[in-house]
Write a protein that binds this ligand. Structure first.
Ligand SMILES: O=C(O)CCC(=O)C(=O)O
Length: 269
């Protein structure tokens, strides 16, 4: 469980880095799962997810890469255990501010050594807007992420600005000249640390120029009573309850469409 100080820090700054949420042994085991998964996937498809806009942040002549997989819990059971881990979901519940935590999606990122792609500064909100802005991300670190590995950077307090206009080209991002990565606060992390932040918190990350990969899984979660404002970014597994219950299934009289979705295990997207 998070301390009241950690929750207060999150409310004020829009993020909180929870040290040692996982043990170093657990982090090492998840790291192995991630690298084994990407090795399997690379044999069948292109796994690079570098944003078009990120290319503009690369100063080196070398083309950066970002190895990626969405919804990792469908690929290895270890990740299914991670997303219902009581330590993760109790922290998420404290930050969301209710007893219930619902999955939106997960994504694994491996920033390869020496050329791991950056993320331009952005809010996550434009990707999947929700009415009440309860959405949070938890970035689980499976190896150390110092500054030179392209650790996540945040703009403290930016969650209070509400949704900001973003450029859409090359991935939703804030204007590169007005939001330089270097101006944001770096959040260097150790293996086992988890960085939580609001989907309104401006964040990004630099290039991994170190000799080691940076390995993370991001879990995006919300209050089940916070409906999506538009139908977008839907994915397999969305709506799964990670903690508590989904009260929305019993609060409205189901229309025939909603009843059909419930029967198919669809639930709220
Ligand atoms: O993992 C990172 O460095 C940042 C990820 C991120 O910003 C995102 O997925 O929205």
């Amino acid at each position: 469980m998070l301390s009241p100080d950690q929750v207060a820090f999150y409310r004020e700054h829009g993020y909180v880095l929870v040290k040692g949420l996982l043990s170093t042994e657990e982090a090492a085991a998840y790291r192995q799962e991630c690298h084994a998964l990407i090795t399997r996937l690379q044999t069948i498809r292109d796994v690079d997810a570098t944003w078009g806009s990120a290319r503009k942040l690369s100063t080196a002549a070398v083309q950066t890469r970002l190895l990626h997989c969405h919804d990792v819990q469908f690929y290895a059971a270890a990740f299914a255990r991670l997303i219902v881990d009581d330590r993760l979901t109790s922290a998420a519940a404290a930050l969301i501010g209710g007893p219930n935590v619902q999955l939106h999606h997960t994504k694994m990122f491996i920033k390869p050594p020496e050329k791991g792609s950056p993320f331009p500064m952005h809010q996550d909100q434009p990707y999947f807007p929700h009415d009440r802005h309860s959405m949070i991300a938890a970035i689980c670190h499976f190896d150390d992420a110092p500054l030179e590995k392209g650790c996540v950077r945040v703009v403290p307090g930016s969650h209070k600005l509400g949704p900001l206009p973003h450029d859409r080209e090359g991935g939703w991002h804030l204007p590169l000249d007005r939001y330089p990565l270097e101006d944001a606060v770096p959040c260097p992390a150790k293996a086992g640390d988890v960085l939580f932040f609001s989907y309104l918190t401006i964040h990004g990350s630099g290039i991994n120029v170190s000799a080691e990969a940076r390995t993370t899984v991001l879990v995006q979660m919300r209050d089940p009573l916070d409906p999506p404002s538009i139908r977008t970014h839907e994915s397999r597994g969305q709506g799964m309850m990670l903690r508590g219950i989904d009260p929305s299934c019993c609060t409205v009289k189901p229309s025939s469409e909603a009843a059909a979705a419930t029967t198919m295990g669809g639930g709220a997207m």
